[in-house]
Design a protein around this ligand. Structure first.
Ligand code: HEC
Length: 119
């Protein structure tokens, strides 16, 4: 919780803070078993440090599926949204065993959280 206090980048304090809170909870429940935000620390999935704006399949020290490496995507909020909504449909053959999220607000919140925590 204290980590939220570091959000000097938060411009519209109240809405962004609500966002960050939801995003953190969603990340913890749905992503953290496989992903950390600390640089260079991988679990089943790669570290998501700095992932927003990065090319897909390029985190050092993680062995990606050929499908993810060859996707040619760059992770911006649009491509991330599509991927989190439907991982299999967006990059067929990738190895992320996650069924996807169906709520755009939840997706936006988790992307905002990842951005604030790690970029
Ligand atoms: C069951 C484990 C698991 C869960 C849960 C999971 N992921 Fe993943 N994720 C992976 C794996 C494994 C990969 C690498 C897939 C590959 O190489 O095909 C991956 C890849 C990714 C990538 C691409 C990374 C890159 O470097 O290109 C993103 C972005 C991502 N996950 C975000 C998320 C988010 C956000 C959540 C939660 C909403 C989530 N993942 C939940 C296992 C998981």
């Amino acid at each position: 919780m204290l980590r939220l206090g570091l959000g000097c980048a938060i411009v519209v304090a109240s809405t962004a803070a609500t966002f960050a809170q939801d995003g953190e909870a969603i990340f913890r429940q749905q992503c953290a078993s496989c992903h950390l935000l600390e640089e260079g620390r991988h679990r089943v999935g790669p570290s998501l440090h700095g992932i927003v704006g990065a090319p897909a399949g390029a985190v050092e020290g993680f062995r990606y599926s050929p499908a993810l490496r060859a996707s040619g995507l760059t992770w911006d909020p649009e491509t991330l949204s599509a991927f989190l909504m439907d991982p299999r449909g967006t990059i067929p053959g990738n190895r992320m065993s996650y069924r996807g999220m169906d709520d755009q607000d939840d997706i936006d919140a988790v992307i905002t959280y990842i951005l604030e925590r790690s970029n």
